[in-house]
Design a protein around this ligand. Structure first.
Ligand code: NAI
Length: 243
């Protein structure tokens, strides 16, 4: 029987690194992405090249109906399987000082980074409960812990995600399901592409940005049997920038 893991936003960046890392641990990885089929296929090709298994699963995590249709269809096609590991990784940022921030960019960031957690997780948790086993890892952000100027929308969404992580963890701990968040600082991906790395590095004690594989290694640990007693936590991974 396959062990399934669903990674949202796994077409590139941190999500791709998580997908590749988790596949090494024997999971059949469901690679969610929104629209960039070629990038998602590259994630799948990398998994297959390392001897792993995966399936592409396109849908927009901020669209409750699309989430429901796709996840219900998967369960219908896999009546004897369930998703043991869920990584809510998909995210966007649309930065602006709050006085210039328009309501659309506030709502879009909240729906993609936070409401998506609710839409996806709500459909995955019942089967985890039935099997009395599961791991949920939510990719939050330093912005959700500390708050970042220019990111009131993103900070609110990620802060909400951390609080929801803690609440859900307490609801389902007895069912042997752990729910944790990871709060990365600056990680080398498309999301941080336009930032002034030379300037920002001066504020990071480790004097560098992190790599997606370093976040993926933490996800793999939280998904492992050894991490069964860690739940409701938000773990920083930021080179000492904030604790
Ligand atoms: P990225 O922009 O390279 O990847 C984000 C992925 O999410 C993309 O593949 C994108 O297509 C997907 N996505 C966006 N909206 C989606 C939607 N509605 N439905 C499905 N997929 C969607 O960025 P990165 O850096 O890999 O980000 C991954 C997660 O890590 C995000 O949640 C981000 O907020 C978080 N993060 C990243 C940090 C960094 O420094 N790169 C720092 C802190 C948190």
């Amino acid at each position: 029987m396959n062990k399934y893991a669903l990674i949202t936003g796994a077409g590139r960046g941190i999500g791709r690194a998580i997908a590749q890392r988790i596949a090494k641990n024997g999971y059949h990885v469901l690679i969610n992405y929104r629209s960039n089929h070629e990038e998602a296929q590259r994630t799948l090709d990398a998994i297959v090249a390392q001897g792993g298994q995966g399936t592409l699963m396109p849908f927009d995590v901020s669209d409750a109906q699309a989430v429901q249709q796709n996840i219900e269809a998967w369960y219908k096609d896999h009546p004897n399987d369930y998703i043991e590991l869920l990584v809510n990784n998909a995210g966007i940022r649309k930065d602006n000082l709050m006085v210039f921030l328009n309501p659309e960019d506030f709502d879009k960031v909240v729906s993609t980074n936070l409401s998506s957690f609710f839409y996806v997780t709500k459909l995955i948790v019942p089967e985890m409960i039935r099997h009395r086993n599961g791991r949920i890892v939510n990719i939050a952000s330093l912005s959700g812990v500390k708050g970042t100027p220019g990111q009131t929308n993103y900070s609110a969404a990620k802060g909400g995600l951390i609080a929801a992580t803690k609440a859900l963890a307490q609801e389902i701990a007895k069912k042997h399901i752990t729910v944790n968040a990871i709060a990365p600082g600056f990680i080398h991906t498309d999301m941080t592409e336009g930032l002034d790395e030379e300037m920002l590095k001066k504020f990071i004690p480790a004097a560098r940005f992190g790599e997606p594989e370093e976040v993926a290694a933490l996800v793999a640990f939280l998904a492992s049997p050894e991490a069964a007693y860690i739940t409701g936590e938000c773990i920083n991974i930021n080179g000492g920038l904030y604790s």
